[in-house]
Design a binder for this molecule. Structure first.
Ligand code: GLU
Length: 504
C-alpha cells in the first residue's frame, strides 16, 4: 500500500478566513482523515507588509471553531517545524544557493524601469508579457562581479524548454506551454523569496503528497512544477477546487453578504452547519441526494473524485436550512449559552444573571419558543423583543394593526378581555395561566360575538404589538413568569400589558 497522504492548509495571514479558504481547509482535513493521513497547517507569512499576527490568531480560532484540528503546525509542531514561513528563511536561502550552484537559477539585474518598459512594449504589440531573458545568458563571472559590487539583483529560475504538465485530481491532465511562464523570480532584490518558490520548497520538504487548494492558484502551478523539476523532486498530486460564486454568478465577495468565518459565528450560525454547508459546496456523496452530514459522516464519505470542477454557487437558503436543522438538534444548554450574547448585544437584558436557575429556566422557555422562528441566532432579539416591551405608538400606527383596531368589535373584545384580567387580578387570582386565558377568550367570544381573527387579533396586538406571533399557550407563561423574576429588563404581566395598551 502506498504511504498515508500528507496534505496541508497554507493560509496567508493577510486577512480573515473566508468561505473559500475554509472550504479548502475542510477538504484537506477530510481527505487526510478519510485516509488516515496527516493534515499540516502552514502559515504563509512571507509578505511581511500584509501579514499580521492578529490575522493568524483569528485564523487559528476559526479553524478550531470549525473543528479542523491539525497534526503538524503552529502550536503542535512536528518533524518539519517550523511551520511559519517567516521562520524558514534560512532554509529557502540554502535552496536558492543550491539552484544557483547547479546553474538552474541565475541573478537578474534588470531594474524595475527596464521590466516596466518590457511590459509596455509587450502590451503595445499585444504579446503575452513574459520576461525577455536579458540576464539569462550572463556569464557567471560577470554576474558574480556585479553582485559583489553591490548591484541589486533578483534570482530567477531557468524554465526548461518543454511544456509544464501536472495531474489534477479535479481537472485531469493540465499542460502549460513553457513560454507562457518565462523565467519566474524566486527571490526578490530585497532578498525575500516569493510565494511560488517557498510554497514549493515547503511542500516538498514537508512531504506533501496532495496539494488541494483554490483554482485561483492554477496559473501558479506550472511555475511550481518547474521548481520541483529543477530540484529533481517528485511532483505531488494537485486538486484545484472550483471558484465559489454568489447568487448572481459573480465571484463570491463582500457584496454578497458575510463571507468571513468569524462573521458566520457572530451571526449565530453553528459550526456544524457551516462545515456541512461548505462540504456541499463542490462535493456530493456517492449516488445520493443526502445533504445532512456530521463531520464524522463527512470523513467517512469524502472522496476527492467526487469534487466537481464546475463553480459552486453560495446558497444562503441552504445554509439557513442546515442551521435550523442543527439548532434543533443541538443541546438546549449549548444554544442558550450561544443565544445569550445576542440579547445582551442589543441591551435587552444587560447583566442577565445566568447563575440564577429560575431566570435560566425562564430564558430556556423563551428560547424554545422563538428558536424555531429563526435561521440564525442574531435574529432572536428582533423576534422576541416584544416580550421586553414594544413601542405602543408604532404598534397602533402599523397599517394592518390599525385596520384591526378600527372596528367596533375590536374595541368590545379588548374591553371585555381587560375586564376579566382586572377582575382576576383584583381578586388576587395570581398568575394568569394558559387555561385561564383560554377560558376568558371563550367568554369574550360569547359576550361579543367576535370569533377567529376578530377575537384574537385585537388581544394579540394589545399583548405583543403585532397581530401575528407565537402561540398564546406558551407566551402567557413567559409574560407571567418573566414579570415576577428579577430580570434586568422588565418583562410585564398580561395585566400590565393590557392596562398599558388601553391607556396608550
Ligand atoms: N498562501 C496561499 C493563499 O493563501 C495558498 C498557497 C497554496 O495553497 O498553495 O492563497
Amino acid at each position: 500500500m502506498s504511504r498515508a497522504p500528507r496534505v496541508r492548509f497554507a493560509p496567508s495571514p493577510t486577512g480573515y478566513l473566508h468561505v473559500g479558504g475554509a472550504r479548502t481547509a475542510l477538504y484537506n482535513w477530510l481527505f487526510a482523515r478519510h485516509l488516515g493521513g496527516v493534515f499540516v497547517l502552514r502559515i504563509e507569512d512571507t509578505d511581511l507588509d500584509r501579514s499580521e499576527a492578529r490575522h493568524e490568531e483569528a485564523l487559528i480560532e476559526d479553524l478550531q471553531w470549525l473543528g479542523l484540528e491539525w497534526d503538524e503546525g503552529p502550536g503542535v509542531e512536528g518533524p518539519h517545524a517550523p511551520y511559519r514561513q517567516s521562520e524558514r528563511l534560512g532554509i529557502y536561502r540554502e535552496h536558492t544557493e543550491r539552484l544557483q550552484a547547479e546553474g538552474k537559477a541565475y541573478r537578474c539585474f534588470c531594474t524595475a524601469e527596464q521590466l516596466e518598459a518590457e511590459r509596455v512594449a509587450a502590451a503595445a504589440e499585444h504579446r503575452a508579457q513574459v520576461y525577455s531573458g536579458r540576464c539569462r545568458g550572463l556569464a557567471e563571472a560577470e554576474s558574480a562581479r556585479r553582485a559583489a559590487a553591490g548591484e541589486p539583483f533578483a534570482v530567477r529560475l531557468r524554465i526548461p524548454d518543454h511544456p509544464l504538465r501536472f495531474h489534477d485530481l479535479v481537472r485531469g491532465e493540465v499542460e502549460f506551454p513553457n513560454e507562457t511562464v518565462s523565467d519566474p523570480i524566486l527571490v526578490r532584490s530585497s532578498g525575500m523569496p516569493v510565494y511560488n518558490y517557498v510554497v514549493t520548497v515547503d511542500d516538498a520538504l514537508m512531504e506533501i503528497t496532495h496539494v488541494i487548494r483554490g483554482d485561483d492558484h492554477i496559473s501558479n502551478t506550472p511555475k511550481q512544477v518547474a521548481i520541483y523539476e529543477a530540484f529533481g523532486w517528485k511532483l505531488p498530486e494537485f486538486a484545484h477546487l472550483s471558484t465559489i460564486l454568489g447568487s448572481d454568478r459573480e465571484k463570491l465577495s463582500k457584496r454578497h453578504g458575510a463571507t468571513a468565518v468569524g462573521s458566520f459565528r457572530e451571526m449565530g450560525i453553528l459550526p456544524e452547519a457551516l462545515v456541512n454547508y461548505l462540504a456541499l459546496l463542490g462535493w456530493g456523496a456517492e449516488g445520493g441526494t443526502r445533504e445532512i452530514f456530521s463531520l464524522r459522516e463527512l470523513t467517512r464519505e469524502f472522496r476527492l473524485e467526487r469534487v466537481t470542477a464546475s463553480p459552486a454557487v453560495f446558497d444562503w437558503e441552504k445554509l439557513h436550512w442546515l442551521n435550523r436543522h442543527y439548532l434543533k438538534q443541538a443541546e438546549p444548554a449549548r444554544v442558550e449559552e450561544l443565544a445569550w450574547p445576542h440579547f445582551a448585544g442589543v441591551e435587552l437584558l444587560p447583566g442577565f444573571d445566568t447563575a440564577n436557575s429560575e431566570t435560566k429556566a425562564w430564558f430556556a422557555k423563551l428560547l424554545a419558543l422563538f428558536l424555531p422562528a429563526v435561521s440564525q441566532l442574531d435574529e432572536l432579539p428582533k423576534k422576541a423583543g416584544f416580550v421586553f416591551g414594544f413601542d405602543l405608538k408604532a404598534a397602533r400606527a402599523n397599517a394592518e394593526n390599525a385596520a384591526v383596531l378600527a372596528s367596533e368589535s375590536a374595541q368590545k373584545v379588548l374591553a371585555a378581555f381587560a375586564a376579566k384580567v382586572r377582575a382576576h387580578g383584583d381578586a388576587g387570582g395570581g398568575p394568569v395561566t394558559p387555561e385561564q386565558f383560554r377560558a376568558w377568550m371563550n367568554e369574550v367570544k360569547a359576550e361579543t360575538g367576535a370569533k377567529g381573527k376578530d377575537l384574537f387579533h385585537p388581544v394579540r396586538i394589545a399583548l405583543t404589538g403585532s397581530h401575528s406571533g407565537p402561540e398564546f399557550d406558551r407566551l402567557i407563561p413567559i409574560f407571567e413568569e418573566g414579570s415576577r423574576l428579577p430580570l434586568p429588563a422588565h418583562v410585564t404581566s398580561v395585566r400590565e400589558r393590557v392596562e398599558r395598551f388601553l391607556a396608550g
